[in-house]
Design a protein. Structure first.
Length: 596
């Protein structure tokens, strides 16, 4: 619907609120104007991709609730999802962080050999963790390197650290190991940043500490790099504790949504990407583990950033042996045209922005996004989930109250009066509001280097507001499935039933030495006559999700393959033999010496 907005304030009488409500309060949004207009229809119809939503039959019944009412609908915390094989039975389990305080439980669903799931959160003492502060995101890793998986439950508040004691044993609260570190993160990255053999944590803090109140995250000024949270690195110690007294603090206060990790220059040190709201994203080169140099302007153009970034996916989708980047944004014409960014590694050290050229730019108000070869044809595809928020009882757009329009009107208000207007007419929305709701997600199938949205034909048709997107092959058939944690709705599990278009090779890396999931390891799969397939193991890259740590690579039937070379986080290298169409557990110390 085309229209020309008009000012909603009066120099004599304050805001023209009645005019705003009449003109824009119930303006209908077009939910279908956010997708790539497709000459891709023929490709979509021919696609073999197929998914079935199976959360109910599998017994996965996690539901996220809104906060109870206005004016805090917009401050609703988002749910998150984490994938881990906690009992080492070879099947991936699912943990949901509720995104709530006030005692709302988290859920841990144990995978029963790929047949169904059973909630074991209570017996593992992973359930009642949200009384003091709402959970934001949970990370499973062996922080104290005793061979048992631990878990960090990051909060908007003081974080909870739980020590693991082995399969089926309850966790013990050891939050004193965090030394009362408190912050407000939306994302947490895990890596051995200083190569001392101990995992470190990167906190992407969306809001500043509780003592800071000079922020309005509902409507900051575009380009605001002062009033958000300062991001931190907490270095791990040998006993599994973290000392905030030695933390690294990034100078600017940005509204960080997600942390991405990758080794940009192959020097062995993980570098950091921060996807930030309201301003351009940030990229930092790791200089020896304790110095981080801002290289954003050298690598990704701030002028092309979406300034509403939610996701930090890093993946070599074009198979040129260098990582590419996919960052989601809010795309909602006519209000905002920040399409998703796809940064393709260019010759040298920079990136080119190619999202619109390659067909993966438009997909609504996007959040989680992950690459995977869903049809096993040898080309990596891309799943993107959508949707912002709506009132708990809003079932359709007709008759509902357009939040987008009210927030757009806010820009017409003089800066000195903007906070007052925001409190009265943006933050305190009526229960029947909606904002970028009822958008479907996108499944971009890659064909010959271009991406085509085949979500509808593939059976991904829900219109919920997705946030955390986690890859999981829950039945170990090599076809990657995925889990979506939705706002104000049930979580979804999409089972991949696509007929395989080729073969697959699965790799389950085991770092040994109390380092079961070797964060930061790199796989190099040799293909005679072609470039190598490169994968980096950073399972927390993305948005509000920890992903299946196993690597699945699709290959054409009968295509020749060479060695699987693993470069461990400390730089040691080993070569491994492997079998096709199964998962190969590659354990450190059991490979062959690499001759380059």
């Amino acid at each position: 619907m085309a229209f020309k907005p008009r000012p909603v304030f009066s120099l004599c009488g304050g805001f023209s609120l009645a005019g705003a409500l009449v003109f824009g309060g119930h303006l209908r949004e077009d939910v279908d104007n956010v997708y790539e207009p497709a000459p891709s229809a023929d490709v979509a119809r021919a696609s073999a991709m197929r998914f079935e939503e199976v959360s109910g039959p599998l017994g996965v019944h996690f539901h996220h609730d809104y906060y109870p009412g206005p004016p805090v609908y917009l401050a609703t915390m988002f749910p998150a999802v984490s994938i881990v094989d906690l009992d080492e039975d070879g099947y991936m389990d699912i943990y949901f962080s509720a995104g709530h305080g006030d005692g709302v439980p988290n859920y841990f669903y144990h995978n029963n050999s790929g047949k169904d799931f059973t909630d074991q959160a209570a017996q593992l003492k992973l359930q009642n963790l949200n009384r003091a502060a709402p959970s934001s995101f949970s990370v499973f890793a062996d922080f104290d390197r005793d061979g048992n998986t631990d878990v960090l439950v990051a909060k908007w508040g003081c974080h909870v650290l739980l020590k693991g004691h082995g399969p089926n044993q309850p966790f013990t609260n050891v939050s004193e190991r965090m030394a009362n570190y408190c912050s407000n993160p939306n994302g947490v990255g895990v890596a051995d940043l200083d190569k001392d053999g101990i995992l470190d944590l990167v906190f992407g803090n969306f809001l500043p500490d509780a003592e800071r109140t000079d922020h309005n995250w509902h409507m900051p000024t575009k380009g605001d790099r002062e009033h958000g949270g300062q991001d931190h690195i907490l270095y791990g110690l040998a006993d599994g504790s973290f000392d905030p007294g030695t933390k690294y603090t990034f100078v600017e206060g940005t509204f960080t949504h997600a942390i991405g990790l990758t080794d940009l220059n192959r020097d062995g040190y993980p570098d950091i990407l921060m996807a930030t709201d309201w301003s351009s994203d940030d990229m930092f080169l790791n200089k020896g583990g304790h110095q981080f140099v801002d290289i954003t302007d050298e690598y990704i153009s701030r002028d092309l950033a979406g300034n509403s970034s939610m996701n930090s996916e890093i993946f070599d989708y074009d198979q040129d042996e260098w990582p590419d980047i996919y960052i989601t944004n809010a795309f909602k014409p006519p209000y905002i045209r920040a399409h998703n960014n796809m940064w393709k590694r260019a010759p040298g050290k920079g990136f080119d922005e190619v999202a619109m050229d390659e067909g993966a730019g438009r997909c609504g108000f996007s959040w989680g996004a992950k690459f995977a070869d869903f049809d096993l044809d040898g080309e990596s595809d891309l799943m993107v989930i959508n949707g912002r928020l709506q009132g708990p009882d809003v079932k359709q757009i007709d008759g509902a109250y357009s939040f987008w329009y009210q927030r757009f009107l806010l820009h017409e208000v003089p800066v000195a009066l903007r906070d007052q207007y925001a409190v009265e007419h943006v933050l305190q929305m009526p229960p029947n509001f909606y904002m970028s709701s009822f958008e479907r997600s996108c499944l971009f199938q890659q064909k010959n280097g271009h991406f085509y949205d085949v979500a509808t034909q593939a059976g991904i048709t829900d219109r919920l507001n997705g946030r955390g997107l986690a890859l999981i092959d829950y039945d170990n058939d090599g076809r990657m499935d995925f889990v979506v944690a939705n706002v104000g709705a049930d979580a979804l599990v999409y089972h991949n039933v696509t007929p395989p278009q080729g073969e697959w090779v699965g790799f389950d890396l085991d770092g040994g030495l109390g380092y079961r999931v070797p964060f930061g390891a790199r796989l190099e799969l040799e293909r005679p006559g072609k470039t190598r397939v490169i994968r980096e193991l950073y399972p927390t890259n993305g948005n509000k999700a920890q992903n299946d740590p196993r690597m699945v690579i699709g290959v054409p039937n009968g295509a020749p393959l060479g060695r699987a070379i693993i470069v461990w986080a400390d730089g040691a290298e080993e070569a491994f033999a492997f079998s096709r169409n199964q998962y190969n557990r590659l354990i450190r110390g059991r490979g062959d010496k690499v001759e380059r």
